[in-house]
Design a protein around this ligand. Structure first.
Ligand SMILES: [Zn+2]
Length: 302
């Protein structure tokens, strides 16, 4: 099954794993952004990584991975919803030149000021829940290395990732060591964690992109006893709406909105994730500020 995430346990070892394959969901993102290949492929890897990390968490809302870059890429953003919805975008610096073989750190950490940001945002309307955000300096030559360092620093759970992406697919494999129970390893097979990593380290990006997920798991772990316990679907889904764009214009304030209208006649807003266009003319804009009794900045329900 494509566009899906499979979770598994390794029988007898303190290791759990996940494998995600984004096909159509990833191509929806590729089709909406004209990106140089190295930027596109890193966004695909980050997409697979976000889906994997979101599935390790028990929460109702969205996980957002961002890399704020100081190089040709100003920002990578991937957002995964707990219901399997996913969207992603990139902001390139104007006039930046990107080599075909540019590394991730050349793209986002050219001057050592890249930052890696993880946000957990509870679902809209869940009362009393606060968004949580972790920010660390960018470290690592690959998306997988950057994420592994982050997991080690913040969650202190040994986690390994193998990621690959091209214009057609984004694929990721995650292995995580299950925490010990009361100082004792959770399983008798204490070498399981090291052995699973060694086996996964033999995978190539070409295999990851070519093989269906079940076949890839068999190829890597044929001597192991894997127990698959959960498969979930992933899909491209943007959360933009005319109502949310209206809320954003209200936050700008009526003076600012009137100034833009005077200059351009209409206000055109494009969603940076899905490219959907939202146009507000003078009448729409007046209605924004006069129909709604709520003060600017309050949360409208949609
Ligand atoms: Zn959108």
């Amino acid at each position: 099954m494509s566009d899906s995430l499979l979770r598994f346990l390794v029988r007898g070892a303190s290791v759990r794993g996940e494998i995600v394959t984004l096909d159509q969901a990833w191509r929806e993102v590729v089709a909406r952004h004209a990106l140089p290949a190295p930027v596109r492929d890193r966004l695909g890897e980050l997409s697979a990584a976000a889906a994997l990390l979101a599935a390790t968490l028990k929460f109702d809302g969205s996980l957002v991975l961002q890399i704020h870059g100081d190089g040709p890429v100003a920002l990578f953003v991937v957002e995964c919803q707990s219901d399997g919805g996913y969207r992603a975008t990139v902001k390139l610096r104007e006039g930046a030149t990107i080599d075909d073989d540019a590394s991730l750190s050349a793209l986002v950490d050219a001057q050592g000021r890249g930052r890696f940001v993880v946000t957990l945002d509870p679902r809209d309307g869940v009362a009393g829940r606060q968004a949580w955000q972790g920010i660390v300096p960018f470290e690592g030559e690959t998306v997988a290395a950057a994420l592994e360092r982050y997991m080690q620093r913040s969650e202190q759970i040994p986690t390994r990732l193998w990621l690959a992406a091209d214009g057609e697919r984004a694929v990721g494999l995650l292995l995580q060591r299950l925490p010990d129970r009361g100082g004792q390893p959770a399983a008798a097979d204490t070498d399981g964690w090291n052995r699973m990593q060694r086996l996964a380290d033999t995978v190539t990006a070409r295999e990851m992109l070519a093989l269906p997920p079940e076949q890839l798991l068999r190829r890597l772990f044929w001597q192991e006893s894997l127990y698959a316990f959960d498969e979930r679907a992933c899909r491209f889904a943007c959360r933009c709406s005319r109502g949310k764009v209206g809320d954003m214009l209200k936050l700008l304030g009526s003076d600012e909105v009137e100034a833009i209208l005077a200059e351009r006649g209409d206000i055109d807003v494009h969603c940076e994730y899905c490219n959907q266009a939202y146009r507000f003319d003078a009448v729409d804009s007046i209605a924004l500020f006069h129909d709604a009794p709520a003060a600017p900045g309050s949360q409208a329900q949609h």
